[in-house]
Design a protein around this ligand. Sequence first.
Ligand code: SAM
Length: 448
Amino acid sequence: MRNARVISLEGIYKINEEDGFSNLVVNTLLNKSNLDKRDRSLATQLIYGVIRRRNTLDWIINKFASRQVKKMTPWVRNSLRLGVYQVYYLDKIPAPVAVNETVEAAKSKCNRGAIKFINGVLRNIIRNLDKINYPKLEKDPVQHIRYKYSQPQWLVERWVKNYGIDKAIEIANNLNKIPATVIRTNTLKTNRDSLIQSLVEDQVTAEPIALVPEAINLIKYPSIDRLKSFEEGKFQVQGLASMLVAHILAPEADDRVVDLCSAPGGKTTHLSQLMNNGGQVYAVDVHQHKLELIHENCTRLGITNVETICSDGREVSFTEKIDKLLVDAPCSGLGIMAKKPEIRWQKKPQDLLELQQLQAELLENGAKLLKAGGVLIYSTCTFTDEENIDIIKGFLEKHDNFKLVDLSQTAQSFGLTEYLTEGTLQLLPDDNLIEGFFIAKMVKSGNE
Ligand SMILES: C[S@@+](CC[C@H](N)C(=O)[O-])C[C@H]1O[C@@H](n2cnc3c(N)ncnc32)[C@H](O)[C@@H]1O
């Protein structure tokens, strides 16, 4: 039988060895399985936990195994990661049980020799748990952070260089926390207090979040898409920092707005909401299948002012000029690594350069579509200068008809002044509520 650990092992393998995406892998495996609620939750915890802590787990395995992780076969190294994760991080599972269960799961993937090896290494580790230590912080901060907080070396080097050692540790640690589930009240259908009341009636523990007027933190909840208030379209799941974007673009009820990279529609639907379902929102995305998600969300939320357009945002054009435009660009996603832990292993420094080019080209076309006096927002869910402030600087150098709108006042009103960077907002993954996120606002001058 494929129990929770066999399924976890398959998920970990798919993400680590085949560059799978954690959310898709977990959903697919769980939907195909017949695990009960408890085992589904265990498998989810094990998959996300192992991916998140991979560097730390490999460090420990390398200390106690006769062969380095890199030289092991993929099923062996991932079985060991699964075993060590339970032994080192999960107090609720007694270590001998964790070892036995992992070895049993590995039997479906490995030969007898490999099973003996896995068993030996895991038993060696449980005998020596108190001997696990990391490179010394004082001697080598990068290696210390890399292994203790399970992050790739290139990112740790950047964080130490840009923010100093203490902040780098804070960032690395925050990105290992289990992220909060934040929802946005659909003010077209309800208000936040009434929604919280409906949620409580549905056995959900929910709290308003002061930062954004529509935001609610779901602390304890059963499956979201089975909640009555979800089916009734009273809320949308959305990251807290993402919710700032529509407020900062501040569309009017009769505006023509373009969301140039719009799927799955988190910000599109928020814009519609702030426009009271008036005016027109054009939701552009290059992937047709992702536009279907916008349709689904709009139908559920009761939104009727959105037109979806399947097109490359670098090429799309409109007959009439646009009042407000959002470029929520494809990016490295380093700000949301708490939610998608595999990003840290899958993204490489060279990816940033490719993304940079696409981001600049999207912004370039977006700028053309705007009318004089129109407002342009550029946002990403990452915190690398190449994808953020450098893009804005490069753009403003080329376009003297665009001016940066200083976000100081906005930052003050949201209580986010510590994140102001040269008039833009560069949020860092601060605790388990705020994602790493970038927002720049510009206005087009002239009299077209
Ligand atoms: C950061 S996500 C957008 C998230 C969305 N704004 C939201 O709030 O739900 C970036 C989106 O850009 C889309 N994309 C990638 N390349 C594109 C292109 N050349 N033109 C338009 N969209 C593109 C991706 O399909 C992806 O859906």
